[in-house]
Design a binder for this molecule. Structure first.
Ligand code: BTN
Length: 326
């Protein structure tokens, strides 16, 4: 009920009477009064005026269960939200929940992680009060070969969510990162459980650097955060809600087509380093070429000096700009 009250106060931008709240939610005046007290404790500035009712006095940047629920403007992605002050890893929690029957669209969010996981067995430093860490549970009915493309769909949604929330020109560093001004602001980690061709679930983990600036030395040159790039505060809940909204639409197109054809133009339009020179770090031998964007199965097309075009599969190699990370 608290999330619904919040959503109503936000939408109305004016006083809503206690009577209306009681009737709408089928609860007593005392229950409404208690809910308001709890919301105030969470940090919301709610004014109560006799004979007029309750009003959300100002938008505060509260981050938590009710803020996310009350803003989530989707049909299924990000529903329900399970918010934790602290978790080992949202991916790990999502896997447990998926095993225990959590439905597609369930979103696990944590303010901090004590054992955040990065790719290639690395850790993902996850301090409290500053960044975004979430994992979305998916239970697709497509076959295993399509699973790796889910990361690309999420990449598109994150880039779009950042653009929408912050007005920054976020770009996708194929296949797993999002960059702003050439520096990494987001990493993604998809994990899944499969049985032959069948996917039990995919958990899609996303970590976005929103406010943190003191990066570990090994990534200090290549990492950035949104607030630093934008120059003023970025509301964490709004980013998540915008990412979920974008993801829902893109994922439906992807599932309908069974490939990325319907998203190609948009994806390649946001791809970092497109039509620029790249180094392909192939275990069979490094080579250079021009990045020509991805194809409908998510491989990166790299044009070699002799004009031949290689379709680079994400699992096998890394791709770098010739002057550095992007
Ligand atoms: C990378 O190495 O770039 C991927 C980092 C992914 C981090 C996110 S934070 C939320 C989710 N939970 C985790 O433990 N990892 C992912």
């Amino acid at each position: 009920m608290k999330s619904k009250i919040l959503a109503l106060l936000r939408e109305r931008e004016d006083y809503v009477s206690g009577q209306e709240l009681c009737e709408r939610f089928g609860v007593s005046r005392t229950a409404v009064w208690k809910a308001m007290g709890q919301l105030k404790k969470e940090g919301y500035r709610i004014e109560a005026v006799q004979n007029r009712g309750y009003r959300l006095a100002a938008e505060t940047s509260v981050y938590g269960q009710h803020e996310l629920e009350s803003r989530m403007d989707t049909r299924w992605a990000g529903k329900p939200v399970c918010f934790y002050e602290e978790l080992g890893s949202t991916n790990l929690q999502a896997k447990l929940d998926a095993e225990n029957g959590a439905k597609e669209g369930t979103l696990i969010v944590a303010d901090m992680q004590t054992a955040g996981r990065g790719r290639r067995g690395r850790s993902w430093s996850s301090p409290p009060g500053t960044n975004v860490y979430f994992t979305l549970i998916l239970k697709p009915d497509f076959s295993v070969e399509l699973a790796s493309m889910v990361t690309l769909v999420m990449g598109l949604a994150v880039a779009e969510g950042i653009r929408e929330t912050c007005g920054l020109e976020a770009r996708i560093k194929w296949p797993n990162d999002i960059v702003v001004n050439g520096k990494k602001v987001c990493g993604m980690l998809a994990e899944m459980s499969t049985e032959r061709e069948f996917i039990h679930y995919v958990v899609m983990g996303v970590g976005i650097n929103v406010g943190r600036q003191d990066f570990p030395t090994e990534i200090a040159q290549t990492a950035a955060c949104l607030e630093q790039e934008r120059g003023y505060p970025v509301p964490r809940a709004e980013i998540i809600v915008n990412v979920m909204k974008a993801f829902e639409g893109y994922y439906e197109i992807f599932c309908r087509d069974g490939n990325l054809a319907g998203l190609l133009e948009r994806y390649n339009g946001m791809l970092a380093g497109k039509d620029g020179e790249v180094r392909v770090l192939d275990p069979k031998g490094e080579y250079r070429g021009i990045s020509r964007g991805i194809n409908s199965t998510g491989e990166l097309l790299v044009e070699r000096e002799d004009g031949a075009v290689e379709a680079v599969y994400a699992g096998e190699v890394s791709v770098r700009g010739i002057y550095g990370y992007v």
